[in-house]
Design a protein around this ligand. Structure first.
Ligand SMILES: [Zn+2]
Length: 317
């Protein structure tokens, strides 16, 4: 009934959501309904873009994000909204789709959208998306080389969770042989991993020599060092209130964040065997406006030991 009167990603649905929140959390209403958000809403309902997941062309849906919460989490709000009215992809989904399509184009596989790609992915290509429920993972899940993962601590590491290669994966102990994947994607995952350095070494190990690691994290270039929010050893918060991010698996509860990454992330990745660069994407025609993205490759084994020369390659522009 609601879907007919107020379809997903419509203005009516947005009004309904805001009204519901006004009843539940009246004090937070001003975080969403304010001058800055309303100006952005008016601007983006006239912004026409083509979605690189589903191919839909039309105005984007700006959901009046809770600006105070995003500021608190050091996350640029645009990337978590600006939804495609065709498939619901947010700007962050399109950033990763653009990165994936580009990485594949370099390997001679050309597609304009993820839907197109789904029919063209070559047999031998292996992709791991660590967000099993991401829009990209869901659309590519029929391909035999695509593995989707999530982490349920109560289940066995490596356990198959459905019959389309959805696996339970502890990123600190990845249940895959060396060089298993051509592409690994993590999107807003590494801030939730207790020991990110261990997980980064595991990702480097599981990448092929020419493999690509595409990822997004809460990243603030104004921070010289990664800001630790929780002590990983004791698991006790170092910062209050804790940073709790929404998670579709834990409805209403969210998932705690261990850190906001700072500029030393690139050095930390180099120490883990990954040569990374901050490579924000600006493709207005796709509805992508300076979307945060990191791209990394595996440091060739001969150069892996103690290399910190990669720092010079970072651009924060
Ligand atoms: Zn779409």
């Amino acid at each position: 009934m609601i879907s007919r009167l107020a379809p997903p990603f419509s203005t009516r649905r947005l009004v309904l959501q805001v009204a519901r929140q006004a009843v539940r959390e009246p004090r937070r209403l001003g975080h969403r309904v304010n001058r800055q958000n309303l100006a952005a809403w008016r601007h983006h309902r006239r912004t026409v873009a083509r979605c690189n997941l589903c191919g839909h062309q039309g105005p984007l849906h700006y959901e009046l994000p809770d600006l105070a919460t995003f500021r608190h989490h050091h996350i640029e709000p645009l990337r978590e909204t600006l939804r495609c009215r065709g498939c619901g992809a947010k700007m962050r989904d399109r950033v990763l789709a653009a990165a994936l399509l580009e990485a594949l184009a370099e390997r001679g596989v050309h597609a304009e959208t993820i839907d197109e790609l789904a029919d063209r992915l070559p047999e031998g290509l292996r992709i791991l998306d660590t967000d099993a429920h991401s829009r990209i993972a869901r659309r590519l899940r029929h391909h035999p080389g695509v593995v989707r993962s999530l982490f349920l601590p109560g289940r066995d590491n490596g356990e198959m969770l459905d019959d389309e290669r959805m696996l339970n994966v502890d990123l600190e102990r990845m249940p895959f042989p060396d060089r298993s994947f051509d592409i690994v994607i993590t999107s807003e995952v590494m801030e939730h991993v207790r020991y990110a350095d261990v997980a980064h070494r595991e990702i480097a190990r599981c990448l092929t020599d020419s493999g690509s690691y595409l990822f997004t994290v809460p990243y603030d270039p104004a921070l010289e060092h990664t800001w630790r929010l929780i002590d990983p050893v004791t698991d006790l918060p170092l910062v209050l209130p804790m940073h709790i991010h929404g998670d579709p698996m834990i409805r209403g509860e969210g998932i705690k964040s261990y850190r906001v990454f700072g500029r030393d992330l690139v050095d930390d990745l180099a120490a883990a065997g990954l040569r990374a660069r901050f490579a924000p994407v600006h493709r207005p025609e796709l509805g992508i406006f300076d979307g945060d993205l990191f791209v990394a490759t595996r440091v060739p084994s001969s150069a892996a030991a103690g290399s910190s020369a990669t720092t010079a390659e970072v651009g924060h522009g």
